[in-house]
Design a protein around this ligand. Structure first.
Ligand SMILES: [Zn+2]
Length: 322
């Protein structure tokens, strides 16, 4: 099943949206389809739908109109995703990691920073340059600008509000609460995010007002907590299945945060953001000597298995490079 299901426009959702819009606001990386129970791959929770609910205007787009004799003449060329007027993130996007909980002796702390430098300027990240706003196109560049550790300040059972609190507690020391960056809260294996980590989603991104600024942030938990739901494979390219799975989620969430930072820029008529349209698809894969699969080798020489992203060109398609 596809995550799109939860975003599917319907009268019920449209009505529900009115009531949910105040409290639910994130866009999520759903759990792996077919894993564990027959979990419906959903957005983080039902509220996701309303955050990205198609507007009346979008529902009435020619794309959604029944075919007619004049369809070819009336229908504008589209790439399966459209701009809704909001900003994208420009230039080299600063990334901040907040390592929450216990990450001692976990190679994730070296792997995931390497991921950011590997994504930066890559042909994979170049896919995101097909997204733009009234000012400029996405640059396809990112750089890790700061990291912090948080020793369980909010305990081991976190809520969505806890995640924002963690960001708020650290962002001043990390770029002065940088509204042009993305703050990732990365939680250790023993930490839960009770709104649905491992059951409804593997990660999510959103924005919130912190210190009077619009701060973009994301949650990505250690997939080692639930490899069957949040990892594509249990033997991974860098011999750390949890961290390697997080890499895929981080790639996904960063692409979405950059092309749809305030949840009002790029998404399709079902509310799917760019990476959602290619979630849990990997294209051509190679097999490493330890038997794991990978589909991307970064400038560092590190191998990764990361989800494809949606190219906003040539009619739209999932790809690993552009
Ligand atoms: Zn997503």
């Amino acid at each position: 099943m596809r995550i799109a299901d939860v975003h599917r426009s319907s009268a019920v959702l449209a009505v529900a949206a009115v009531f949910l819009v105040m409290t639910c606001f994130a866009a999520a990386q759903e759990v792996r389809p077919g894993s564990g129970k027959d979990l419906r791959p959903t957005g983080k929770h039902q509220g996701v739908a309303e955050a990205n609910a198609p507007s009346a205007r979008e529902i009435n787009e020619p794309n959604d109109a029944p075919p007619s004799r004049d369809a070819n003449r009336l229908r504008p060329r589209t790439n399966g995703i459209s701009w809704h007027g909001g900003p994208v993130m420009h230039g080299t996007v600063p990334i901040y990691f907040i390592w929450y909980g216990n990450w001692a002796n976990n190679t994730a702390t070296s792997l995931l920073p390497t991921l950011i430098s590997d994504l930066n300027g890559s042909s994979y990240e170049h896919i995101n340059t097909t997204y733009y706003d009234s000012t400029a196109h996405v640059a396809g560049a990112m750089a890790l600008q700061g990291q912090a550790n948080d020793n369980y300040s909010q305990g081991t059972s976190l809520s969505d509000a806890s995640i924002e609190t963690i960001v708020a507690n650290h962002c001043q020391a990390l770029g002065g609460c940088d509204s042009s960056g993305i703050y990732f809260v990365l939680t250790s294996e023993d930490v839960d995010e009770t709104s649905g980590f491992c059951t409804q989603y593997c990660g999510w991104h959103t924005d919130g007002t912190i210190s009077g600024k619009d701060i973009k942030y994301a949650f990505v938990g250690n997939a080692a907590r639930c490899l069957s739901a949040c990892a594509e494979q249990s033997t991974s390219p860098n011999n750390n299945a949890g961290a390697d799975a997080m890499a895929s989620i981080i790639a996904h969430e960063s692409e979405e945060a950059i092309s749809d930072p305030d949840l009002n820029a790029w998404y399709d008529s079902r509310g799917n953001e760019n990476a959602d349209k290619c979630a849990w698809t990997f294209g051509n894969m190679s097999t490493a000597s330890n038997g794991s699969l990978y589909n991307f080798t970064g400038a560092s020489g590190t191998r990764w298995l990361i989800q494809r992203n949606w190219v906003n060109a040539s009619g739209g398609y999932c790809a690993m490079s552009y």
